[in-house]
Structures are given as structure tokens and as C-alpha cells.
Write a protein that binds this ligand. Sequence first.
Ligand code: PLP
Length: 490
Amino acid sequence: MTYKSTRGNFSTDSRHAVLQGIAPDGGLFTSPEITDIHFDWKRCITLPTEQMATEILKALLPDFSEMEKLVEKAYHGKFEPEDLTPLVQVGENWILELFRGPTSAFKDVALSMLPQLITAARKQTGCSDRIVILTATSGDTGKAALEGFHNVEGTQIIVFYPYGGVSEIQKAQMTTQEGENVKVCAVRGNFDDCQRGVKQAFGEISKKIQGTGKTLSSANSINIGRLAPQVVYYFSAYRDLLKAGRIGMGDKVDYVVPTGNFGDILAGFYAKLMGLPVGMLICAANVNNVLTEFIRTGKYNRNRPFYKTDSPSMDILVSSNLERLLYLACGKNTEKVSKWMQSLSTSGEFEVDSETLCYIQRSFGTWYCTQEETTEEIRDCWEKNHYLIDPHTAVAWHAARRLRESGKSSNPTVVLSTASPYKFPQAVLKALGTQTDGNGFKMIRTLHSITGIPVPSNLSALENKQEKFTDVINADEIVSYVLKELEQWK
Ligand SMILES: *Cc1c(COP(=O)(O)O)cnc(C)c1O
């Protein structure tokens, strides 16, 4: 399987694609062969989760040897449930609990695996460079990446998060991170500013440091090694529905995905291309609804107000992974993709042709959710089902409700639950109609006393940890910050 840049002729194998993170021309590595892949999905859904992950990752990243070992090292004993991502019935829908890993967000599924892939790619390709991971985070990727990479030999990691743009608990998770090879920095701006700064750093620094013993890579879902592990839980959810007798072999299942950078939902599309009977993939957004509009109309326009919401990990106006979908949707025409991306970067907008839009609409539906509706869904779900959802999951829960009410689909619906409600205690308490005084940790205790739901130990342990990182910079200082860090890490 070759990997090609979505913007040009640059091609490489899966190991080098993982090591580099982003293509030299600014495009994303995508395999054009994904649409013709022969994958025995029927056998795959009979397997336990770790074996399932091995088969899927072998198919998507075929140049890696010893995938089974890498999967075992990544996951064994790291998640609270043995099958990593349990599926539970809540009301009329199914919730796929993706947040039971070491940092209580779904990013753990991929970021437990990525360090294994990077370490293996380094060894297997004979690369002796130190891999410096640059990461922009809307709140959850940062911590999950730090947890995955801290003290991993041959790697260093720098995380940039929006100053004042993450929850108090998310901030504490990152700024207390231990490890010799980690660095965390706040950026005055939003996630898009962080992501743009990091992409700029790739563009300006990658070439400059060639031959100095260091290579830049990414832990964001622009890295295919981050995206591929996310395909697995679409299969495991299907397997669990089959096992529960809720579907027959080959029946279609809809997936509703709270979406920001479009990585998670794109993994669902990959699962579909691999043969899994996926019905609709519903892109659920908050009021930063740039994707909703795009999927409806084919017009992408980031020139709009940016809202800070209770679901901060989805406060994004430039969704990187959409580029991978566009590449497939327009018939793998890299010139078209380059033109759209160029237009996005210069004028903030682009519009796709009707064939491209049709391709997208065949698989993707969409809904967005206001702030009040998010709050209402958390409360309603708790009152009706005694099941507590976080604000991101609530956005998807809302979309699932709307899908059902629309009568457009009668398939079983799986809602991807992307974070523990304890990462966002203030928003959740507000939804339950309770006072939100005190700091985040006090709110966690209040939430626990009201609901009785166990607090993940990684979160309660934070309260006594020392804050280690206090740097705050402007977005246009990201490149020089990275250069300075590269200097210091001799
Ligand atoms: C990252 C994140 C999302 C969005 O996922 P994308 O892959 O960026 O679309 C949704 N919910 C939570 C809690 C997240 O951390």
C-alpha cells in the first residue's frame, strides 16, 4: 500500500508516512488504494478487540512488522475494561464508550498506539534521528499524546494548547505532566491558531533540521498512524451489536460522531471502505458549524464568528482531515485538492463541484447543536436513563435524536462517546441544575456525590500534582518557540 500526499505526487510507504506525520508539500498522507482494499471484514468481526486491531492495522499500515506485539504493548492493561471500548445500550441508542483509557478521552485509543508505531518505524527503517512530536490540541489530544510519549526513547514532544480555551481539568492534566522529554505551552488564540502555527513550523523547520539528528512528526490526526487505530472501534461496535443479537450479519449501522478535526469520523469512513456495513456517518457539530454547512451545501467558509462552547474539543473552524475525504471524493485529483486548500488558506473558503458533494452526501449526514440544546441533552439523558454524558457526547446524542425524529434511517444508531463527563464537571453540573462553586476538583466531588458514578483515578490524582509548565506565547511565536526548544534539547 503506498501513501501519497493529497496535494501532489509525493509518495512513500506507511512507515515513513507515520514518521513524517505530514507530507513535505503540506498535504496529508493518504493511500489511494484504500478504495480498492481487499479486507476480510467478516472474519475480522469475529475477533477479540486486540486481534481485531492487529488485523486492521496490518491492512492499513502493511509495512510494519510485528504488529501483534505493538498492539499488545499499546493496550494491554492500559484501559479500564478488557475490551477497551465497550458498547452499552442507553435508551433507544447505543453508546460506544471510548473514554475508558489512561486520560479519559477517546484520543487514548489512538495515542496509546502511535508511540509504538513511531518507535517501530524508527527501528525498522534504520532511522537514528530523534523524533520531535509537535502537537496542537483543543484539549484532549495534548494530554493523551503526553501520556503516550513521555519517556519514550528516541522521542520528544511539545504540546500547544489555546490559552483559556480548555477546561480547568484538561489544563491541569497537561501542565502537571511528568517526563524528561515533554514540554507544554499555552498559545494566545484558539485551536485553529495552534494548528496553523504547528503546520507552519513543519513547513519552515523540517528541511532546515535535516541532517541534525532530529525529525519533526505529528501526534495530530493529520498523522495516518493516529488515524488508523481509530478504525478499530467501528468494527468492535458492530461485532458487539451482532453478539447482542441486535443486528444480523450485513445489516447496516449508523454512527453518530462528535466532530472537530474530522479525524474520528473519517476513520469510520475508512471502516466503510474496508467493507464494514456502515449506514450513515453523522457528523455532529456544536455552534462552530462550518462542517455542517459544508456537508449540506458544498461550501466551506471559515470566515465566521468563533464560539467558545461547553464542548471545547470541537471548537474548530479548519478541520484538517476533511482534506483526506476531499481527495477521495473528487476522484483522487490532487490538483483540485491543492486548489481548494490554497483557496482556504488565502480567502478562507472554497466550494466543491457537485460530483464531489454527491460522493460525500452518499455517506455523510450532519446535524449541529446549540449550547442550550447541549445542556438540555445532558440533563435529559441523565433523567431518563441515569446515564451521564459529557458535553461532546451530548452534541452527538442530540444529532442521533434528530436523525431518529427525521425518519431518514431505521438502522441501529451507535453514538460515539468521546470523553468522560468528569473532564467537564462545570458544564455537566450546570446541566444538572447544580451550583458550580469552587475549583474543578471540588466540582468533580460534587458531581460524584450527586450521581455516584466512579471518578476515573487519573483525574482525581491530578489535584495533588505540581504544575510544571506555565509558558504562554503568541500564535506567531510558535515557530521560534520550537526552534528554541530544538536548540536546548541537544
Ligand atoms: C478530539 C475530540 C473530538 C473531535 O474529534 P475529531 O477527530 O477532531 O473530529 C470530539 N470529542 C472530544 C472529547 C475530543 O477530545
